[in-house]
Design a protein. Structure first.
Length: 256
């Protein structure tokens, strides 16, 4: 597998990627990159009617259908939602995912968000990006992949509503103009019909697709385009420091 053509997006739950990162992934797909989608959680808490195993299967199939729109593969790591933890067994699973896919660029959740599942996903992915290239880090998984040769570029997507758990705004590093691919993003999100039903019942939130459009439009208005997705880059030691997304698809830098 050519690591320079592989992109991995990791969400906490099925549909997080579609809501926060799918436009950017669609642009990368158009540039010839191979896209992989994954969620740490199975989505098994997202129903008022179905049992956990039933809704988990349904959400897996919805995520597969969404990924197919980008000719992408989807992997669920099978953790129970609301039970995601930063422990060694979970670290092993996420690191093994990184080794098997061997991505050039990784996109994941914001480390500050409204739910701990999102925040822990950011921590687990950051940790796995670092661990994956260490030969003596053993994942204890079946048919383990070899260590990667380098640490990938790592980017954090927007937080839900752009704020941390206290409601404080989170400032992006840059924005990606997704105006040209908003219909693809919408089609991918529409695959997650069960999540729309869940949000309506649990959060009193309907207009699932329109909510995504409204938020993408709001972020776009901050930088003078119709629709946008914001990101922050992980630049801690020893991660890559240059913004490769600027080179690959172009970005709009935030005015300081």
């Amino acid at each position: 597998m050519n690591e320079n053509k592989v992109i991995l997006a990791v969400g906490a739950h099925p549909d997080d990627i579609e809501f926060l990162m799918a436009g950017t992934l669609a642009l990368l797909k158009k540039k010839g990159f191979r896209i992989y989608l994954s969620s740490i959680g199975s989505g098994n808490m997202g129903s008022m009617e179905l049992r956990a195993d039933e809704i988990g299967r349904k959400r897996y199939n919805e995520a597969k259908a969404s990924a197919k729109l980008l000719e992408a593969d989807y992997y669920s790591l099978g953790e129970s939602c609301l039970h995601i933890v930063f422990d060694n067994p979970t670290r092993f699973k996420v690191t093994e995912l990184l080794r098997k896919i061997n991505p050039f660029v990784v996109l994941t959740q914001s480390p500050q968000d409204y739910t701990k599942d999102h925040e822990l996903t950011a921590d687990l992915v950051w940790d796995a990006c670092f661990n994956a290239s260490i030969p003596n880090y053993i994942t204890h998984q079946a048919n383990p992949a070899p260590p990667t040769k380098k640490i990938p570029y790592l980017y954090y997507a927007d937080a839900i509503e752009g704020v941390d758990r206290f409601g404080n705004p989170i400032s992006p590093d840059f924005y990606v103009d997704i105006t040209a691919v908003i219909k693809i993003k919408e089609k991918m999100l529409a695959c997650h019909e069960s999540q729309r039903s869940w949000l309506k019942a649990q959060h009193g939130m309907d207009q699932y697709l329109e909510s995504m459009r409204q938020w993408s439009r709001k972020r776009g208005s901050e930088v003078g385009v119709k629709y946008a997705e914001p990101f922050r880059q992980h630049k801690g030691h020893p991660f890559p420091q240059d913004n490769i997304l600027q080179k690959l698809i172009g970005v709009i830098m935030r005015d300081i």
